[in-house]
Design a protein around this ligand. Sequence first.
Ligand code: WQD
Length: 339
Amino acid sequence: MKVLVTGGLGFIGSHTVVELQQKGFEVVIIDDLSNSSKEVLNGIFAITGKMPIFEEFDLKEKSKVEAFFQSHSDICGVIHFAASKAVGESVSEPLKYYENNINTLVYVLKEMTKLETANFIFSSSCTVYGQADELPIMESAAVKLAESPYGNTKQIGEEIIKDTCKVADNLQAIALRYFNPVGAHPTANIGELPLGVPQNLVPFITQTAAGLRKELSVFGNDYPTEDGTCIRDYIHVVDLAKAHVVALERLIEEKSNDKYEVFNIGTGKGSSVLEVIKAFEDVSGEALKYKFAPRREGDVVEAFANTSKSNNVLGWKAELTLKDAMDTAWKWEKKIRNM
Ligand code: WQD
């Protein structure tokens, strides 16, 4: 069974390709290499012994999307990762985000409505909840006004899919709302490759330990939490990748009751920034250089998932720990820095 993975050379995409191949799916990747590298194909091959089919193009090229679906009408599903994801950049370049994340989604969905059966998995984000009124956050929690154009593209993306499912008889879809994806493949053949200075906590930690950054700034230590730092639900990328395979199988096996479903993908456990640093220090044996800095604009105090729906309805559960994530992220960082 052939699956299209858009953005399949990115961080979450590449780990999902590995899990799909290991489950016997044939994978076709479309990626424009705007935030990834062809080298990732070798990493995937090193793990699975299978080279995915790779087509390099930008999904904004509508005619190429049409031509692709004409020559691959036998695909059993699409997992759509391709999108821009830097929150800060989305504030300064909103139109880039609306064009990259919304136009491409529309083009892919449009072609999928022409297929006999169309199964679609969408990368959504816990960012749609903003600062939720209740913790842990359930899927039924209110979607808050988006904090950034990036977050807005995830909210609008979900609406576009929901509306299309209502009218396209052949289409069914699942949106996975990821909490904070971290870690790397345990083989250290694939991992996160942030461009420039990392904006996210874990790559900043590993780059600091590797000597690329002087020290980590912990954004805020006066939050109303036990140790004063923000709390997030850090989900290992391998667990997250597996959730996509389970979700796709759910659609293929027609197990879902609704044409459009949403699931939280997290561990259900919140960890503070200081706990993440501690987990890193424990597994690496390195003391991390860090200082306390002012709060970062737009940060919510606390976010972690209620995972009952993903555990009981989707049939998926996170198995790896924060320490597993920090250990693999560190192995990966050392490998790419030749340490
Ligand atoms: C985690 C915690 C920071 C960097 C973002 C997106 C979200 C999602 C995942 C993506 C926070 C603190 C961070 C640093 C720090 N989607 N921190 N020093 O903001 O929870 O989520 O990534 O596609 O939409 O907003 O993740 O890793 O940036 O921050 O103290 O140098 O670490 O304040 O508490 P965030 P993050």
